[in-house]
Design a binder for this molecule. Structure first.
Ligand SMILES: Nc1nc2c([nH]c(=O)n2[C@H]2C[C@H](O)[C@@H](COP(=O)(O)OP(=O)(O)OP(=O)(O)O)O2)c(=O)[nH]1
Length: 163
C-alpha cells in the first residue's frame, strides 16, 4: 500500500513551541505544527521547508528530524515526518491555513484542542527525543498506539531508506 507522506514542523525557543490554529482542510479548528503533503519531485526536507514558509512565512535552513508517525485506519493512511528547529529567519505571519499563530509554553499546550494523538508523542518532540509512533484511528478515536523512543542513528537509517 502506498501511503501519503506528510511533514510536521515545530519551531521552538527555550521552553516554548510555535503552534497554529488550522483554519482550513484536514484538522480544521485544531492547533498543530506546520506542515502538509510532500509533493512529487521534492525531498521530505524541501517539502517541510516549503510548508513552513507557506503557512507561517518563516524560512529555515536546518531542520532536525525527530520522529516518524505512521497513521493507520480510515480515513488516514499516512506517514508524518516530524521536525524541529530553533533557527528561523523572516517575519512570522498568519496564513490562509494557520490563523492565529501563537507561542505556547511546554507546560501549557492546548491538548484538548488538538488531534487526540498529540499528547502521546509531544513529550518526545518537546525534549528533542527521537521517536517512532504508530497510531491507529477508528473514525475520530484512537484504537491502538505504539510509541517508542528511538536511537538517533537508527531513525536516520529508517529515514534514509524512505527518501
Ligand atoms: N498531530 C497530528 N497531526 C496530523 C495528524 N494527521 C495529519 O495529517 N497530521 C498533520 C500532518 C500535516 O502537517 C497536517 C495535514 O496536512 P494538510 O492536510 O494541511 O496538507 P496540505 O497543506 O498539503 O493540504 P492542502 O494544501 O491540500 O490543504 O496535519 C494527526 O492525526 N495528528
Amino acid at each position: 500500500m502506498k501511503r501519503k507522506v506528510y511533514t510536521l514542523i515545530f519551531v521552538k525557543k527555550h521552553n516554548e513551541v510555535l503552534l497554529g490554529l488550522k483554519v482550513r482542510g484536514f484538522g480544521v479548528g485544531l492547533w498543530n505544527g506546520f506542515g502538509g503533503k510532500v509533493e512529487t519531485g521534492e525531498s521530505i526536507h524541501e517539502g517541510a521547508k516549503r510548508e513552513l514558509k507557506e503557512e507561517s512565512n518563516l524560512n529555515v535552513n536546518s531542520l532536525e528530524h525527530v520522529g516518524i508517525i505512521t497513521y493507520e485506519g480510515d480515513p488516514c493512511q499516512s506517514v508524518v515526518h516530524v521536525f524541529t528547529t530553533y533557527n528561523t529567519a523572516g517575519q512570522l505571519k498568519v496564513s490562509e491555513e494557520m490563523n492565529p499563530i501563537t507561542w505556547y509554553k511546554f507546560n501549557d499546550i492546548p491538548y484538548q484542542k488538538m488531534w487526540p494523538d498529540a499528547k502521546l508523542w509531544y513529550p518526545y518532540m518537546l525534549q528533542d527525543k527521537y521517536f517512532v509512533a504508530v497510531i491507529k484511528y477508528i473514525g475520530a478515536k484512537i484504537s491502538e498506539t505504539f510509541i517508542t523512543p528511538c536511537d538517533a542513528n537508527k531513525i536516520q537509517t529508517v529515514f534514509k531508506s524512505m527518501v
